[in-house]
Every structure is written in structure tokens, then in C-alpha cells.
Design a binder for this molecule. Sequence first.
Ligand code: ATP
Ligand code: MG
Ligand code: MG
Ligand code: MG
Length: 471
Amino acid sequence: KKLSTNELRRLFLHFFESKNHDIEASASLVPVNDDSLLWINSGVATLKKYFDGTEIPKNPKIVNSQKSIRTNDIENVGFTARHHTFFEMLGNFSIGEYFKKDSILYAWEFLTSEEWLNFDEDKLFVTIHPEDEESFKIWNEIIGLHPSKITRIEGNFWDIGEGPCGPNSEIFYDRGESYDFGEERSEMYPGGENERYLEIWNLVFSEFNHNSDHTYTPLPSKNIDTGMGLERLASVIQDVPTNFDTDVFIPIIQKVEDLSGKKYGVSEVDDVSFKVIGDHIRTVAFAIGDGALPSNEGRGYVLRRLIRRATRFGKELGIKQAFLSELVPIVKEVMNDYYPEIAASESFIKQVIHQEEERFLTTLDEGIKIYEDMRDNVKDTTKILSGAEAFKLYDTFGFPIEMTIEYAAEDGITVDIDGFNTEMKKQKDRARSSRKDSNSMNVQSATYSSIKDISVFTGYESVQSEGKLLY
Ligand code: ATP
Ligand code: MG
Ligand code: MG
Ligand code: MG
């Protein structure tokens, strides 16, 4: 079955509706009454209120398709087939009702039943937590999976510190030998390890409470929380090599082809640019639609950084003028079926993006020249761009520090991040009188160097850890 992404989303919601789940609309990307998160980054993030008992849902069985933003994946975007900064997470949830067995049976039925997705069972593999014998039994004895297709992985335990936690089980789709890129490719593509086995669905079984003394006790009522990336599912169903080749991205990429005069699918380097732009414009359009605005702090800084990054990649495709706002109508058309919010504030979204891009473009060329001079000076000597230089690029030419780091990395040069942060702090001290929150800048600029991909479930990724990704 070659379903469109819109059809797939509907099918998922209908499947769980037919299992007596209530459909809950996607919540805003900007967390409501939740200071622990910068962005909604998973389906469960908006349902915490039910999981912790703050609110009682009408129906303890819920299904949703939730807009999600994950900045921790930004370095993978365009390089792996499967990562975005903005994506839709399909999820089914049980607040104290069904547990492991039913959630596995539901997932299997949806994926393999002829009536639904009709996946070839041979293509599916799963992982479980090494000590989760119950899940092993269900996959092996009830579903009938051969033990060789059930891998035990230590990391399959979803734990965010105090609160509900438990083992999880991930479902992978074998895309076949042609996706076995081997080691060579892994080196070329930073996040792009072998993509033969594509993780499509994560089932989390929250059955313990992580107590304040770091002991674990069984929860009185056990919960199910699952998440499946819609774009990944679409890539499998539509039988295309990456998420970017599905029907949600192709129209955006085609518009970028028109604007740049370049073709997608011709050069690997250009393709990364097409993909990054296609990714970032969705993030930016939806985030602004949900009330975020570009600024120098927090969420706003993420937007600023994404817009500038997309502009930079547009430049690499040879686009000289501000162009990002022209992609907004395409995002609207593609997503309108389930998300009318882009249409509702289309002209505002376009205006914000356009202004931000124009502002950046006025200094970009000059900044690149200055950067190239700096680079030439250190290329044959220290190969280190000083903090003061990086700060000048930031302060005078609007280069987000990550952008400088990206440019430098391409030239085999590192950036003195500590030095940059020192300069940043000096400036902050100078401006202290006009600042309300004297700490916010610190949080953002402190620890770029500690970026790590968080490979386990990041359902409750905190502002703190996401703050590390901001610069
Ligand atoms: P991966 O290991 O591929 O990075 P993950 O284990 O970090 O994925 P989960 O936190 O388990 O992802 O999220 C649940 C599901 O959401 C994943 O199985 C995947 O289908 C989807 N997903 C997660 N991160 C992204 C992303 N950055 N872009 C697109 N889809 C994603
Ligand atoms: Mg996962
Ligand atoms: Mg994973
Ligand atoms: Mg991940």
C-alpha cells in the first residue's frame, strides 16, 4: 500500500480509535505550564498531566499525532535518512489500563495486519531490555518472533530521574541490503550510521517509580507510552530512501529547486542543503505558528539559529536573496490536512521569517569574508579560531556560534568555545543593568562542547540539557 502521509496519520488514529482510544489533538510546540522543557519533543510530553495524576483524562486510552521539536538531533539532519528537528510523533497511551501485552499486540496488528499496514513480518526486528523477560515472552511466544530477532539492549530503559520509568521495546524495519552503507559511509556521515535497520516505533512500559532515594518500586498503575515517527513510517510505506523523499518534503524541495536552479538528487553536498532547508522551514513555521519568535535567548535563539542556518544552506545552493518565507505556503499546503495553524497565521509567519532572514543577509557576505581571513591566518599555524574572533562573528555579523563551528570544521579548524563564552560573559556583564535575568545567557553559552546525541528516549529532556544545545 502506498499511502500518503496524511492517509497514514489518519489510519493510525483510526486504528486506535477502533480500539477505544480517544483522539487528542496535537498540542502546541511551546510547552504549557511546564518549565522543564524548551519544546514539546514527544507525544507523552503533553500528556504528563495524566501520567502524574494532575489531571484525570476522560478516557485513559489516548491516541495522538504530536508535533515535536528535537534540537539534539540537529547535527544528524540532512545526513541521516531519519532525523528531523521537527517531526510528528504518533502515539498510543494507556493511563493505568492495558500494559505490555496489549501494547505489543496493537503495534503488531497495526504494522502487519492486511487490514492495516500489511508489513512483511520478516522485515521487523525488535529490541528489549535485557531483564524484561515478560516482553521477551510476548514477542517470542505470543507474536511468534524468533529469538534471533529480539535483541537485548541495556539502554532500553526509559528513566528521567525521579518519577515513572520502565523498560522499553523498539521496533525496527529492515530496509534491506541496499541500505547497508558499511563503515565507509559511517565515516562520511557524522550521524549516519548504517541505516539498514530503521527504528520506527518505541514502546515504553512505565511500571516503576524512580524514588528520591534512587530506589525503584513498582507503580500502582502501570502505563503505556509509545512513539512512532510519522515521516519514517511514510518513508517505508512510500518505499523511498529517506524521510526527505516522502510526499511531505518533496514539494518543499521542489520549491527550493525552483528558487536555486539546482536539482535535488544530483550531488550529495547539495542534497544535504536541500534537506536541511526542508527540515528547518517546517520547524520554524510551526514554532512561529505556535507563538515562538526569533530572539537571543531560549526558544527564540533556537529559531534564530535555524533560520540563519537554513539561509546559509540556501546560499550554498546559490540562492542570493531572502527566500525562506516563500516556502511557508508549501508547508501550509502539505500539512493543512491535520494542522490548520499554519494557514491561520500564514502572513505573520512569512513576515517574521522574512525580516529575520533579511537582517542576517545584510551582514552574511561580509561575515563570510571576515571569517575566511581569520581562517587563513590560523590555517597553517594553530588551527584554532580564538574566542574573540568567534565572538566578533557572532556580535557583528550575527553568526550563531554553531555556524562558526560548522564553517571551521569544514576547514579543519576548531573554535575556542571557552574563549567565546568568556567574551560572551564580558558582554553580558557590560549589559547587566538592562537585563532582568542575569543567568539566562550563561545557561545558553556555557557548554556547547558537551553536545551529545541522546540516544535513549528523550521524553522529558530538560531545559538544562537542551540549553547545552543552544549555542
Ligand atoms: P533514534 O535512535 O533513531 O535517534 P530515538 O530512539 O531517539 O530515535 P525515540 O525517543 O524513541 O527516538 O522517539 C520515538 C520515535 O520517534 C522513534 O522511534 C522515531 O520513529 C521517532 N523519532 C525520534 N527522533 C526523531 C527525529 N529527530 N526525527 C524524526 N523522527 C524521530
Ligand atoms: Mg527510541
Ligand atoms: Mg533509538
Ligand atoms: Mg534519537
